[in-house]
Write a protein that binds this ligand. Structure first.
Ligand SMILES: NC(=O)c1ccc[n+]([C@@H]2O[C@H](COP(=O)([O-])OP(=O)(O)OC[C@H]3O[C@@H](n4cnc5c(N)ncnc54)[C@H](OP(=O)(O)O)[C@@H]3O)[C@@H](O)[C@H]2O)c1
Length: 286
């Protein structure tokens, strides 16, 4: 903690305890003075901070549930207490859920909107005005290839990532003249806990697609941000997927994605209580 005086720049990474966020934190720490690691699990954050410190970097941890309404305010106070300001914000915390929207718990789906959209917007809107005033820094938002299409059987997740891409592109234009960079990163499937926790890893789509490593995605994200890019799509397979999603009409794309993200053991969205393999309702003939 500092006793006052000039504030120092910090790179704040939301969701830094594991996965892509952890990798971005370690890469950013080589370039910047201080990284602030944010997530719920304090022990994991401390482990990442220890790795960074032993490589010669400076890291502080701020354990918090980012779904709490005042999380961005709390972080702002924490930074001021430590004599820091948010120079670069990495909005990486997020989660997904695979399954029919009519059958997944409403609270879990709204929670996804809260974290993937509301928290991301809240943190961006709280810290980007200061970046614009200072004429430096920027925001890295973790979108996804999913932001380029609608995703039956992961409907809310795909829609949340469309928000991230649209919001990032518009903000990058608004802030362009100020010298502030806003970069949206759109990875395809990446080998992290996300694939298990979302249930996506058990769907055919994610089984057949190649998986990127979190380190590769992070390296591409950080490099793209540093060179002022609006959109970073790591890896060839993600670029091909985006072309396919852009070229195919929805009449072909939606049934295809629906099928590839469904499992035979899933309950049918019609509510019959039958599995999708046995149900004869019309929604599954498409
Ligand atoms: N993996 C993929 O295939 C993939 C592909 C495209 C895009 N993405 C996007 O990339 C981002 C990172 O994904 P990932 O694969 O690295 O996921 P992950 O391994 O599951 O990590 C998610 C991170 O977010 C944090 N987090 C989740 N909920 C939180 C909450 N309520 N409060 C605070 N922190 C929270 C987690 O920490 P705690 O649990 O400790 O809180 C963790 O650090 C996400 O936005 C995801 O949508 C992932």
């Amino acid at each position: 903690m500092t006793g006052g005086g000039e504030l120092l720049p910090a790179t704040v990474i939301l969701g830094a305890s594991r996965g892509i966020g952890r990798s971005i934190a370690k890469i950013a720490a080589r370039d910047v003075a201080t990284v602030v690691l944010v997530a719920r699990s304090e022990a994991h954050l401390e482990a990442v901070a220890e790795e960074i410190r032993s490589a010669g970097g400076r890291a502080v941890v701020f354990p918090i549930d980012l779904a709490s309404r005042d999380a961005s305010k709390q972080l702002e106070s924490f930074l001021a207490e430590y004599g820091l300001f948010c120079d670069v914000l990495v909005n990486n915390a997020g989660y997904g859920l695979r399954g029919a929207a009519t059958l997944l718990p409403i609270a879990d789906q709204l929670g996804m909107i809260d974290l993937n959209i509301r928290t991301l917007a809240d943190f961006t809107l709280r810290f980007s005005p200061g970046m614009a005033r200072r004429g430096r820094g920027g925001v890295i938002n973790l979108g996804s290839v999913a932001s380029f299409l609608a995703g039956p059987n992961m409907a809310v997740y795909y829609a949340s990532k469309s928000f991230v891409r649209s919001f990032s592109a518009a903000l990058s234009q608004e802030l362009r003249a100020t010298g502030v960079t806003v970069t949206c990163v759109a990875p395809g499937p990446t080998a992290t806990d996300f694939l298990d926790s979302s249930g996506a890893g058990r769907a055919t789509l994610f089984k057949i697609l190649p998986k990127l490593s979190a380190d590769y995605v992070a390296e591409q994200a950080w490099r793209g941000f540093r060179s002022g890019r609006r959109l970073v799509v790591p890896g060839v397979s993600a670029k091909v997927l985006i072309v396919i999603a852009t070229v195919l009409p929805n009449s072909l794309l939606l049934p295809l994605v629906s099928r590839l993200q469904r499992r035979k053991s899933d309950l049918c969205p019609c509510g019959s209580g039958e599995t999708s393999a046995k149900c004869k309702c019309s929604s599954l003939r498409s």
